[in-house]
Ligand binder design. Structure first.
Ligand code: ATP
Ligand code: PRP
Length: 225
């Protein structure tokens, strides 16, 4: 039996169901909206497991699911050396979002990362603590800032409503996912003029050791293992 993990709610779940339906595989919840078991029609030997998008990387790496749909951002953030345990099978063309660094609109002199690095350097001397960046993407943000030689900052953990932390004065800057940009605008934040830290989209991943077993199913979807 091949175990397929799909996000259990929201647009990511609906668009995953549509993506499989367009390839002849019908996924559905077996019971109520609160029940996390699913049905697979159109193919033999598959079971559907509905779970949080954020948990799918760990379940894939452990081999508790063989295939899973989640964002590339979550796999890269949550799995160190992700390529050893997990294989990227197919980008799915939805769930596009950029991981970006944003600062208050009113920081007129802060346009790019060089400006940000200079502000961060001066910040500690003036305020007595390092400039705070709120994020849930600790690993990706640290690696990106280190690659750009920005060192004078601290990360503040934020697992939701991250854009609100600046107005709430628990951070000076944020690193989060943006899609339409509306949440940033509503919170008077602007993105630094750099390439994003990461461009993410929903992607079908496989537990690497399950790839061979998944071959026939992937072929039915028109994909190669
Ligand atoms: N506004 C957005 N537009 C498109 N994709 C988004 C957006 N916000 C988040 N995503 C993507 O959706 C995925 C996360 O989805 P979601 O927040 O439902 O998962 P989760 O962390 O498991 O949530 P929860 O903890 O609430 O269950 C990530 O891959 C992210 O890149
Ligand atoms: O650029 P936009 O189209 O406005 O989308 C960006 C927002 O979407 C995500 O939040 P989500 O709704 O998943 O809530 P969360 O941050 O509380 O997890 C993300 O964390 C941003 O807050």
């Amino acid at each position: 039996m091949i175990r397929l993990g799909v996000p259990s709610k929201g647009r990511l779940m609906e668009q995953s169901f549509e993506w499989f339906a367009a390839r002849g595989v019908t996924l559905s919840r077996s019971g109520s909206d609160r029940e996390y078991a699913g049905r697979v029609d159109g193919v033999e030997g598959m079971s559907l497991i509905l779970l949080s998008a954020g948990e799918i990387p760990r379940e894939l790496a452990a081999g508790r699911i063989d295939l899973g749909v989640t964002g590339t951002d979550l796999v890269r953030e949550k799995l160190t050396g992700w390529k050893s345990d997990v294989a990227e099978v197919a980008p799915m063309g939805f769930g596009h979002a950029d991981l970006i660094l944003a600062v208050p609109d009113c920081w007129r002199d802060c346009v790019d990362l060089d400006d940000f690095a200079a502000i961060a350097r001066d910040f500690r001397a003036v305020h007595g603590f390092r400039l705070r960046i709120a994020t849930k993407y600790h690993r990706l943000v640290r690696a990106w800032l280190a690659a750009h030689e920005v060192a004078d900052y601290q990360l503040v953990d934020s697992q939701g409503a991250t854009e609100g932390t600046v107005a709430n004065q628990t951070a000076e800057a944020i690193a989060d996912i943006t899609s339409s940009g509306e949440t940033l605008r509503a919170n008077n934040l602007k993105v630094l003029a750099e390439d994003p830290i990461l461009r993410s989209q929903a992607t079908l991943f496989a537990h690497r050791a399950s790839l061979a077993d998944c071959g026939p199913f992937l072929a039915q979807l028109g994909l190669e293992a």
